[in-house]
Each structure stands twice: as structure tokens, then as C-alpha cells.
Design a protein around this ligand. Structure first.
Ligand SMILES: [Zn+2]
Length: 328
């Protein structure tokens, strides 16, 4: 019996690279993960190729034809050339690499490469919570803060692959320098890195502060989840940082709703397990910044992050790009 065709989907992360063989309805048939740094720093391309090779061999053995390969990377991608830009902080060896062309040569299959949050948006749009919507914005608050935008049935990538950098919209115009080089960005307040940095700055030199004690006196052990935990215990410094995170998230939702008026906004990412109990406060903050009539037409949902969703997004990317080619 002929088996259904599969898409090979890869999500490249700073820590783990997850791959799968996925059906066109999003069902994961095969799955494998390899630590991105398994072969040492600078060797991620070899890990990606090995993962694809394993999945292709296993899928072929089961009798499935392979339609194409999708790869999500944690940075901006010029999808016209399939080249990763210089902005790929967590896997720096991919900077400037023409990954799509390289993998096409190696595997002889169509290959599509895009930013991982764009892949995540395509996953929610194709298989997930935003199925059937014409417009969608995914806000992904992890270590950094990314976003993926689908408008009128098209992914919005911008001129050079930077479309969707909504974490770096300023929410405080006279705010401090951001790690992106800008000022007062939302990511300073609502990303894991921003929350941890803010907490460290406020308790440095105060060994009796609750956050320092909870981290065993080690400033570097202060992480965003720890800040949320200490805030839940009532510490005023941690409470203030969490308040700012909710307010910044509300302001970013305001930018999205007023600027794009999408049908669906999905908030996800590693920080979201911590943000989920704060949903009411985030929505209240959003109502302070968004136009009420626009916000009323947007469904805002907060969901915990799941690496599998991003991986399936790389499969959705292949379907999206091949669908565009077929409709030409
Ligand atoms: Zn920034």
C-alpha cells in the first residue's frame, strides 16, 4: 500500500534541534532531537544535515515519499535567497549561510528556510488555533521576543526578513538601551532576558534582597521564572518587574491591534508558562493601549510553548511555499 507523502520539518534551537516527518495535515509520524552543540560550537549545519538524513532514511524505509524540507531558524532569514542573515544570535555559525541552497544540493528536494517564529505562526494558522483565520499575529516571548504575522492569507516577512520584530517596538520612548541597539523596547520588559537583566540590576549590591537570596547569592542564577516565583511570594521588587512585564505585553498587543487589527493574537514562548496566570492583567493592560473597537474584534489567547508546534511549523512552511508555487 502506498504511504502518504511526508514533509521533513526541522526546528533549529540554541540548545536542541528537533526534527520530524510530518503529514500534510500536521500529524508527526517520525521524530528525533539532537543537541545543536553535540559536535561542539560552530557545527550546527552538520547536526541539521544528519537529522534530515535520519528522517529521510526512516520515512523511505516505511514507504513514504518525501515532498520537501522545511527549516525554522532562530533569526531573520532572507527568504528570497534562502540565506540566513547576520541576526541569528543563538546559532551564530548559521549567519550568512545559504542554507536552503546547501540542503537542496545535498538532498535533491525542495527546501524552504524561515525564521522560527514565522514557522510557528504558519503552524497555528495551518494546523492550530488560528486555522481558517485570514489574519494572525503570534507573539513569542522566550529568551528574546519574536513575532510572526499573517495578513490577508500571506506571511509578512518584510523587505529583508525582519518583518515581525515586534518585541523591539519601543514601549518607553525614553527607556534604557536594549540588547538590539534600540531604546525602550518591549523585549526589555517582557522577554526572559529582559526580565532577568532588570532583576539583576535592581538587586545588585543588595545581598539581603529576596531575589538574591532565592538565587543563592548568585546574580547569574536569577532567571525570569525565578522572578515570577519570588513575585508570587509577594516580594515588592519582583512584583514591580512582573507588573512591568504585563504592562509591556499589553502595550505590544496595543501596537499589534491598532496597527494590524488581526482576527487572532496568540501569545506563547518560554516565558508564557509564567505569564498564563497573569492573563487577566495582560488583557487589562492591552485594553489601556488598544482601540476598544479594534480589540473587540481580536481574539487574544495565551498558550504555553511547545517545541513540537514550531517543528510542525517548518512542515507548514513547505506547504505554504509549495501552495504559492502551485497557484502561480
Ligand atoms: Zn530592542
Amino acid at each position: 500500500m502506498t504511504q502518504p507523502p511526508l514533509l521533513i520539518a526541522v526546528d533549529v534551537g540554541g540548545t536542541t534541534t528537533a526534527g520530524g516527518a510530518v503529514t500534510s495535515t500536521g500529524e508527526v509520524v517520525l521524530e528525533e532531537r539532537i543537541p545543536t552543540r553535540r559536535d561542539g560550537p560552530g557545527r550546527a549545519v552538520g547536526v541539521i544535515e544528519e537529522l534530515i538524513e535520519h528522517l529521510r532514511t526512516a520515512a523511505t524505509r516505511l514507504g513514504h515519499p518525501i515532498r520537501g524540507i522545511g527549516v525554522g531558524v532562530p533569526g531573520a532569514v532572507d527568504t528570497v535567497t534562502g540565506r540566513v542573515t547576520a541576526d541569528v544570535v543563538h546559532v551564530p555559525e548559521l549567519a550568512g549561510v545559504a542554507l536552503a541552497a546547501m540542503l537542496e544540493r545535498r538532498f535533491g528536494l525542495p527546501v524552504f528556510v524561515d525564521n522560527d517564529v514565522n514557522a510557528l505562526a504558519l503552524a497555528e494558522w495551518t494546523f492550530g488555533l488560528a486555522r481558517g483565520a485570514r489574519s494572525l499575529v503570534v507573539l513569542a516571548a522566550g529568551t528574546g521576543f519574536g513575532a510572526g504575522i499573517v495578513l490577508n492569507g500571506r506571511l509578512v516577512r518584510g523587505a529583508g526578513g525582519y518583518g515581525g520584530e515586534l518585541g523591539h517596538t519601543p514601549v518607553k520612548f525614553d527607556g534604557p538601551r536594549c540588547f538590539c541597539g534600540g531604546r525602550g523596547c518591549g523585549a526589555l520588559y517582557a522577554s526572559g532576558r529582559g526580565i532577568a537583566d532588570a532583576a539583576r540590576a535592581r538587586v545588585a549590591g543588595h545581598p539581603d534582597a529576596a531575589l538574591q537570596r532565592a538565587a543563592g547569592g548568585d546574580l547569574l542564577a536569577i532567571t525570569a521564572p525565578l522572578v515570577f516565583q519570588v513575585a508570587a511570594e509577594g516580594d515588592p521588587i519582583a512584583v514591580a518587574i512582573v507588573d512591568e512585564a504585563c504592562q509591556a505585553m499589553g502595550a505590544i498587543i496595543g501596537v499589534v491591534v491598532n496597527g494590524l487589527n488581526p482576527e487572532v493574537v496568540i501569545i506563547t514562548g518560554g516565558v508564557v508558562a509564567s505569564l498564563a496566570p497573569l492573563e487577566t492583567r495582560i488583557l487589562k493592560a492591552a485594553s489601556e493601549y488598544a482601540l476598544p473597537q479594534a480589540l473587540a474584534q481580536t481574539r487574544v489567547t495565551i498558550v504555553p510553548s511547545d517545541k513540537r508546534v514550531t517543528m510542525r511549523g517548518a512542515a507548514a512552511l513547505v506547504l505554504y511555499e509549495m501552495g504559492k508555487e502551485e497557484s502561480r
